[in-house]
Write a protein that binds this ligand. Structure first.
Ligand code: 5AD
Ligand code: SF4
Length: 583
């Protein structure tokens, strides 16, 4: 098949003519058009006004346009040439106000800023006030049925805003971005006619064009996944000047194909961002005074930068001991240990975290680096999903309970004092009471500091949907989930109790939400720490007396704990480097 293949589909649906462009590309897949005319008097009127646009759109893009959009993103100019059916003015945001709302994981938080960065360059303004928005974009999640239901409910509320819009104003445009756009595609456009644009996770560069097409009253969608889009050149905009920490996306997608998971279908194949562009972003954040960076990816520790030929003659990949992988073993490339090493050297006063990893990719060199470097947090998320080897096999996780427990011991030996967290799913297909008790016993055995626990939600397209039976009744799933939560809390409280009496380094975030006289921050293990806002000595600055500010490191003596929070009294202000002498 030729890499550039353009199919013009002309369909008739009910009384409305609909034209949709679908561009299929096998190499770069980021610039497509899929516009359909939409019903409703408002749109019919707009269509009349914009006949000119429609005839230009019907003429379609030229071959040169496709060639241009196939360029490597690094070579692309900042402001894209408009496609032939749009003028520069139509493509620009014309100071329209965009309201962005984020659902789901931290990747979505980062994607929101990527989408905003693209729109800002195109002349849009951002608003935090829903009522004054000209464009509302929801960055969505599909991981569980409930996550999608939240979006459908939200769309019903937004419908009212759209219908109340005054004729004197520009029409309100609503867009669905991210995983739900990718999973449901035109089903959303058909079900909710008030949705104007759809953009999948690899289509955010295309937002200005999609919105320009929507201006004409047509629905527009780009849900094509890419093999190489990492938005390496799109620096997310740091929106809150007082923020102490930022997320840096280092890889996207997932090749693991765990049998319950929709992510490989919504976010596509695994691909990593070049090391140089990650380091550039981390340096910029350090210059802006940020004190914490969290490296992000669906399988963050499976990072592999193969962008340059010389990276690819490296040796084969080391997996964690006793672990296997469902995908074809990969070779070469700059791996996570290399990246972590370089990122942690950028600024010794900047804390480094990473999420979300897969347990299979913790070779010794990664563990050693976490142990050695003062600014790499001693905190590892180790999603187990189940404590039963039988269920783990059905989930296609690539490890047994025994291999997982051995890894936990190995991590604890390699990184003394490490804080561990995990994800668990209750009531997966075929899970018996005995399997469930195995999960309970794993929670007891490991004694995690943090946990994220979910009831299983069957997702279409996944292996479990095709091959397994969702046979655990809803009430049993919920009862098991409750039991897991109770056990997790008991164990986390015990684990946190061990820190009472200890002095911990805390990065101050700001005033506590519960009390204006308290400050809150996070310890190395990422637990929230609350302490009174009093004058303290600055030990790195000849003992002058100060009050801690967001972005300061302070030492806090822990006095009490719960399963989620620690409380204490603040001793002094310090630096990350100096603090290693105290802990
Ligand atoms: N049902 C319930 N939980 C799920 N997760 C992923 N897919 C599903 C599903 N279909 C959980 C896993 C994963 C976390 C991000 O969400 O625990 O680690
Ligand atoms: Fe939700 Fe997963 Fe998509 Fe994140 S990657 S938004 S968790 S479906």
């Amino acid at each position: 098949m030729h890499p550039l293949q353009c199919v013009l589909q002309a369909q008739r649906r009910g009384p409305w003519a609909s034209v949709s462009w679908l561009l299929l590309r096998t190499c770069r897949a980021q610039s497509s058009v899929h516009g359909t005319t939409c019903p409703g008097p408002e749109r019919q009127q707009e269509n009349g006004v914009r006949k000119d646009f429609s005839s230009r759109l019907a003429a379609g893009p030229t071959f040169q346009h496709f060639l241009r959009s196939a360029l490597d993103p690094q070579e692309k100019p900042d402001v894209e040439d408009p496609p032939p059916y749009l003028t520069v003015d139509e493509l620009s945001g014309r100071q329209r106000k965009v309201y962005l709302e984020t659902y789901g994981c931290q990747m979505n938080v980062n994607d929101t800023e990527i989408a905003w960065s693209v729109l800002q360059k195109s002349g849009y303004l951002r608003t935090r006030n829903l009522q004054e928005a000209d464009v509302i974009l929801l960055v969505t999640c599909s991981i569980r049925e409930k996550a999608e239901q939240t979006i459908w409910n939200r769309l019903h509320q937004l419908k009212a805003l759209k219908t109340k819009r005054l004729r004197s104003q520009v029409p309100l445009r609503i867009g669905i971005l991210g995983c739900m756009a990718e999973r449901l595609k035109e089903e959303i456009l058909n079900r909710e006619k008030m949705v104007d644009i759809l953009a999948g996770p690899d289509a955010y560069r295309d937002l200005p064009r999609l919105l320009a097409v929507a201006e004409s009253g047509q629905q527009a969608a780009n849900v094509l996944l890419s093999l190489d889009e990492t938005y390496a050149d799109v620096m997310p905009v740091q929106t809150s000047p007082s923020a102490t920490s930022a997320f840096v996306s280092i890889m996207r997608g997932c090749d693991n194909m765990c049998s319950y998971c929709i992510v490989p279908f919504t976010r596509g194949r695994e691909r990593s961002r070049p090391v140089a562009s990650i380091l550039e972003e981390v340096r910029k954040l350090s210059e802006q005074g940020l004190k914490e960076v969290t490296l992000l990816g669906q399988n963050v520790n499976s990072f592999r930068d193969s962008s340059e030929v010389q990276f690819n003659n490296a040796v084969s990949t080391n997996l964690s001991r006793g672990f296997s992988t469902n995908c074809k073993p990969k070779q070469g490339g700059l791996r996570f240990a290399h990246l972590l090493d370089h990122v942690s050297r950028v600024d010794p006063e900047m804390r480094i975290r990473f999420t979300s990893p897969h347990p299979k990719d913790f070779p010794d060199e990664v563990l050693q680096l976490i142990h050695e470097r003062d600014n790499i947090c001693k905190q590892i998320h180790l999603p187990a999903q189940s404590g039963s080897s039988r269920v783990l096999e059905a989930m296609r996780r690539g490890y047994s309970r025994e291999a997982y427990v051995e890894l936990v011991h190995h991590i604890r030996e390699s990184i003394p004092g490490v804080s561990l967290s995990s994800d668990f799913i209750a009531g997966f297909c075929g899970e018996t009471e005995e399997d469930h008790l195995q999960t309970v016993s794993l929670l007891r055995e490991v004694q995690y500091n943090m946990g994220f626990l979910f009831a299983y939600s069957m997702r279409q397209k996944t292996r479990a949907y095709h091959r397994l039976k969702d046979d655990v009744p809803e009430e049993v799933k919920l009862r098991r989930l409750e039991e897991l939560i109770t056990v997790f809390r008991e164990e986390a409280t015990k684990a946190n109790m061990a820190s009472v009496g200890c002095t911990q380094l805390v990065l101050v975030e700001g005033v506590s939400k519960r009390s204006a006289t308290d400050l809150c921050g996070r310890n190395d293990g990422n637990l929230k720490v609350i302490f009174p806002n009093v004058e303290i000595e600055d030990v790195s600055n000849s003992g002058v007396r100060v009050r801690a500010q967001p972005g300061d490191y302070v030492l806090v003596k822990i006095t009490s704990t719960s399963s989620q929070t620690l409380k204490g009294h603040v001793l002094c202000r310090t630096t990350l480097k100096d603090s290693s002498a105290y802990c």
